[in-house]
Design a protein around this ligand. Structure first.
Ligand code: NDP
Ligand code: MG
Length: 382
């Protein structure tokens, strides 16, 4: 029996690479559902190629266009955010890959967990916003959360066979992004075009900007805390510009295990699908001789304030990381629209953290309300 996979965000960077994995491993995996937000043509093309049972377009205004594009095929077509939550519950689905961007990934992830589906988690914002709630639900419904983010996949791979051995420290590597060597004066004037040129990874626009500010690394610290049950002090960010070591774990005897490879998201995507097995794959191999040197630096939270803010939010707990995520989504979008300067992004997030009501034990409804309020506050500060 082939495993049935639903991809939330199949038209994006992770989504399209997941389809490459499924194509290469077509004897093991089959697409059950594909979803997108706006890109109807690509979604329809994917549907023709992979024959899912169902496709969903989140933006209802695009429904008619999608319906017509697939009129000759026996594929169910739905639209809207609620439909995303419903399709992931379908009986035959084994794994839901959450590859959509931002807070919007939270409701369908919760639905999928409640329906007992294994989660291959790319949408890190889900854990940033509501890690405690997601962990509680995953435990209640006995659902595994399999990391897709390359660093967390690396950590997960290092932990294989180490069930009885507690983690002393996680070494979370970071490329440092396109502005790693910029001074504060230079950072004041960097543009979105420069920010969108990531040195090692080709990703969607939002995460590429988050990588330039190091908010992405801050989010990954939070993600690591919820995935691996460590304290913030046990997570050390290590700037490693070559992006060869995808992350490492230090154990109680001082031993460090790392996972190395070329920067290619297909490997962590495939590992999340095949865990605990490894499948033969055609990905490029890592040639240590051509890499030559691996170097390491401490991150500079003076120049990259977002990393410090994410750590701060994790220490504060409650709904604070939800506030940071919402404010970040607003400033990230504003930066992409040339409405806010690079360094101003961290200032707005910090101010939003002081202006939105803190809740120590948030419910799901509190997260929704916090998200809406933090977006409103951050927008008003631009
Ligand atoms: P992209 O922007 O490339 O793709 C996002 C996908 O989600 C698209 O299919 C998009 O549809 C869809 N989408 C966007 N907004 C919504 C919405 N509101 N409702 C429903 N669907 C939506 O993003 P990435 O693939 O780069 O990133 C996806 C997630 O994976 C993010 O959380 C990111 O942090 C994480 N991640 C990504 C990595 C990467 O290498 N790209 C690495 C590690 C983590 P449409 O195309 O129609 O707009
Ligand atoms: Mg990552």
């Amino acid at each position: 029996m082939k495993k049935q996979i639903a991809i939330l965000g199949s038209t994006g960077s992770i989504g399209t690479q997941a389809l490459q994995v499924i194509e290469e491993q077509h004897e093991l995996y089959e697409v059950y559902a594909l979803t997108a937000n706006n890109r109807v043509e690509l979604l329809a093309e994917q549907a023709r190629r992979f024959h899912p049972e169902v496709v969903v377009i989140a933006n209802p205004a695009k429904y008619q266009q999608l319906k017509e594009a697939l009129a000759d095929l026996p594929i169910k077509v739905y639209a809207g955010a609620d439909a995303l939550c419903q399709v992931v519950e379908a009986g035959p689905i084994d794994i839901v890959l959450t590859a959509m961007v931002g807070f919007a990934g939270l409701p369908p992830t919760i639905s999928a967990i409640r329906a007992g589906k294994a989660i291959a988690l790319a949408n890190k914002e889900t854990l940033v916003v509501a890690g405690e709630l997601i962990n509680a639900l995953a435990q209640e419904y006995r659902v595994p959360i399999l990391p897709v983010d390359s660093e967390h996949s690396a950590i997960f791979q290092c932990l294989a066979g180490e069930d009885q051995n507690p983690i002393e420290k996680i070494l979370l590597t970071a490329s440092g992004g396109p502005f790693r060597t910029c001074t504060l004066e230079q950072l004041a004037h960097v543009t979105k075009t420069q920010a969108l040129k990531h040195p090692n990874w080709d990703m969607g626009a939002k995460i590429t900007i988050d990588s330039a500010t190091l908010m992405n690394k801050g989010f990954e610290v939070i993600e690591a805390k919820w995935l691996f049950g460590v304290r913030p002090e046990q997570i050390e960010v290590v700037v490693h510009p070559q992006s060869v070591i995808h992350s490492a774990v230090q154990f109680q005897d001082g031993a460090i295990k790392a996972q190395l490879g070329v920067p290619d998201m297909r490997l962590p995507i495939q590992y999340a699908f095949s865990y605990p097995k490894r499948l033969k794959a055609s990905f490029d191999r890592c040639d240590l001789f051509s890499i030559g040197n691996l170097t390491f630096e401490k991150p500079d939270t003076n120049r990259f304030r977002c990393l410090a803010l994410a750590f701060e939010s994790l220490k504060r707990g409650g709904n604070m990381s939800c506030i940071v995520n919402a404010a970040n989504e607003i400033v990230n979008r504003a930066f992409l629209e040339d409405r806010v300067a690079f360094l101003r992004m961290a200032e707005i997030i910090e101010e939003t953290m002081t202006k939105v009501a803190f809740i120590q034990k948030p419910t799901y409804e509190d997260y929704l309300a916090t998200d809406a309020e933090a977006r409103r506050v951050a927008e008003s500060l631009i």
